[in-house]
Design a binder for this molecule. Sequence first.
Ligand code: HEC
Length: 123
Amino acid sequence: MTNTPMARPVLIPALALALLVGAALPSAPAAAQSAVAEGQALAFDRGKGNCLTCHEIKGGDLPGTIGPALKDIKRKYPNRDDLVAILHDEPKRNPQTVMPPFGRNLILTDKEINAIVDFLQTL
Ligand code: HEC
C-alpha cells in the first residue's frame, strides 16, 4: 500500500515524538556506557593499563597468564572500592605481587582507574 493522504498526519507526529523521546533519554546511561568503553580501551592499551600482559579478559587478544583471568569480578568484589584499591596499589595488599601499583606510581590517574573499574564490573 502507498502513503495515502489520510495516513500521513498520524505518521508525522509519531515520528516527532519518537525523536523527542530519543533525545531526552540517553544522558545518564550513555555516560556510564562511555566510561565502560573508555575503561576497556585503557585496560587493553599496551601503553596504559596493559592488563592483558598478565590477565585473560573477555574480548582481549593475546593474554598472559601471570595473574588470574579477570571474570566474575562483580560477584567477587561487590564493593568497587576494593577494585579501586587493587588498581591503586596492589603491592600494599600483597607485598609479593608482580602487579604494578598503577595509582601510586602514577601510571593511571584516578579517573582512568575509575573507568577501568566500571569496565571490570561488567566482567
Ligand atoms: C605484571 C602483571 C600484571 C599486570 C600488568 C596487571 N596485573 Fe592484575 N594481578 C596480577 C597478579 C599476579 C594478580 C594476583 C593477585 C596478586 O598477585 O596480588 C593480580 C590480581 C588482580 C586482580 C584481583 C583478581 C582476583 O580474581 O582476585 C584484579 C581485579 C586485577 N589484577 C586487575 C588488573 C587490571 C585491571 C590491570 C590493568 C590495569 C592489571 N590487573 C594488570 C598481575 C598483573
